[in-house]
Design a binder for this molecule. Structure first.
Ligand code: AMP
Ligand code: GLY
Length: 423
């Protein structure tokens, strides 16, 4: 069966890599993809927001399954476009992707169905939002309602920071219409964890849990990024807590979406905070695979990813075989100097063969081929280097050893990925 994967990041590289292991996979196409994906898939020069062109391509090639990676096309209804043409597609429809596309929708849904999350108020009026903010203690969290490339959330530790964030969202409109509403919510203390699940309606099949490192510098300092590194499993978090999160948050949310007439089919990604007393609460839901969570979760999948996607599309996800290996995985992101602010592109990358020889998986995020065919940087996050091992310590050593052999000008990586799991 020929497959079309939509997206261009490390997440999509990991998805293509996992699909390529399936005996049922024919040609894998990826639109638009990147240099690394191009080594195992045929790259298609169509952008992720060109829905009609993508659908025409899928029809022409008689694609058996489309898999959508990124949030923006999902929120804009790409799945509905494929479904209207009867092209099998794995991902949530627009009305279900709304759980990521609107934080006010997500918060109201959780409140209505009594699903644990931070207390909040929502506002579409700046003066009222400001008055509320001034009546609350710090720290406090301010969130633009809509998608904001992962930058719409401010955890404010001072009043001044909080007011600046509110003004930039609602008055200066730095995120455009995404900021016409805001959520102001209680600050939650604790450990973060991500649980991604394959979901079809009320059927929820959780994947292995993972932890991301969002800030750009060691010790969780500096601005938030798309994610600087991940690891899975989480040996320092009890299975009972993960189980509680699945039973009290993820399953009830899938059920609530069905009850609301918005059945979710795809990957439902729960961002959770585990309070010091061990109780999990929801921070956010995403309607897609995480990046770079996917890079540590899929290498641990022992079953056939294509079979799982097809089961979800055919309504048999409850019977699908989904097995996880006991191996640990650690992903270290190599980023361009300057990221998450501006950064140069087109810089030559060296040492990938050495990294592969060190036994690591290298997933490309922002890479391209230069004029002479050489590998060059082409994004903020350039590569995700994944080490696998019997323990997190072993996987981490492997990832860092391989990461050390890769070089490009200005390369930046965190040195403390998975450190929390080692204590
Ligand atoms: P999001 O873009 O919703 O993933 O939020 C970005 C990050 O902000 C999260 O990963 C958390 O680290 C932090 N965050 C969001 N909401 C809260 C909250 N209520 N309390 C504490 N931290 C939060
Ligand atoms: N790594 C966080 C995300 O994909 O949203």
């Amino acid at each position: 069966m020929d497959i079309l994967v939509i997206g261009a990041g490390g997440r999509e590289h990991a998805i293509c890599w996992s699909l390529a292991k399936s005996p049922k996979a024919g040609t894998i196409y990826c639109a638009p993809g990147n240099a690394g994906i191009g080594e195992l898939a045929e790259l298609v020069p169509i952008q992720v927001n060109e829905f009609d062109k993508l659908a025409a391509f899928a029809e022409e090639k008689r694609i058996g399954l489309v898999v959508v990676g990124p949030d923006d096309p999902l929120a804009d209804g790409i799945v509905d476009v494929f479904e209207a043409k009867k092209i099998p597609v794995f991902g949530p429809r627009k009305n279900a992707a709304h759980i990521e596309g609107s934080k006010t929708f997500m918060k109201d849904l959780l409140k209505k169905y009594n699903i644990p999350t931070a207390a909040y108020e929502k506002f579409d009026n700046y003066e009222q939002a400001l008055a509320y903010l001034q009546s609350r203690p710090v720290p406090i969290v301010i969130k633009a309602d809509g998608l904001a490339a992962g930058k719409g959330v401010t955890v404010a530790f001072t009043r001044e920071e909080a007011e600046t964030a509110l003004k930039s969202i609602m008055i200066d409109k730095v995120f455009g219409e995404s900021g016409s509403q805001v959520v102001i919510e209680e600050f939650l203390e604790g450990q973060e964890m991500s649980i991604l699940s394959f979901v079809d309606g009320e059927t929820v099949r959780p994947m292995a849990a993972a932890q991301d490192h969002k800030q750009v510098y060691d010790g969780d300092k500096g601005p938030n990024t798309g994610g600087m590194g991940t690891y899975s499993p989480l040996p320092h978090i009890a299975d009972s807590i993960i189980e509680e999160a699945i039973e009290t948050i993820i399953r009830p949310t899938a059920k609530a979406m069905v009850a609301e007439g918005r059945p979710f089919r795809g990957v439902l990604f729960a961002g959770l905070m585990i309070a010091p007393d061990g109780k999990p609460k929801t921070i956010e839901f995403n309607a897609r695979f995480g990046d770079p969570e996917t890079q540590v979760v899929l290498p641990r999948l022992k079953s056939d990813l294509l079979d799982i996607f097809l089961a979800a599309v055919n309504g048999t996800l409850d019977q699908a075989e989904i097995e996880w290996s006991d191996e640990a995985a650690v992903c270290v992101v190599l980023a361009s100097g300057g990221y998450p602010a501006s950064y140069p592109k087109g810089l030559p990358i060296r040492g990938l063969d050495e990294a592969g020889a060190a036994g690591a998986l290298v997933f490309h995020a922002g890479t391209a081929r230069g004029k002479g065919g050489e590998l060059v940087t082409n994004g903020g996050r350039v590569l995700g280097v994944v080490g696998l091992g019997k323990t997190i310590a072993e996987a981490r050593d492997k990832a860092y050893e391989a990461a050390g052999s890769i070089a490009f000008e200005g390369k930046h990586q965190r040195t403390d990925i998975a450190a929390k799991a080692l204590v």
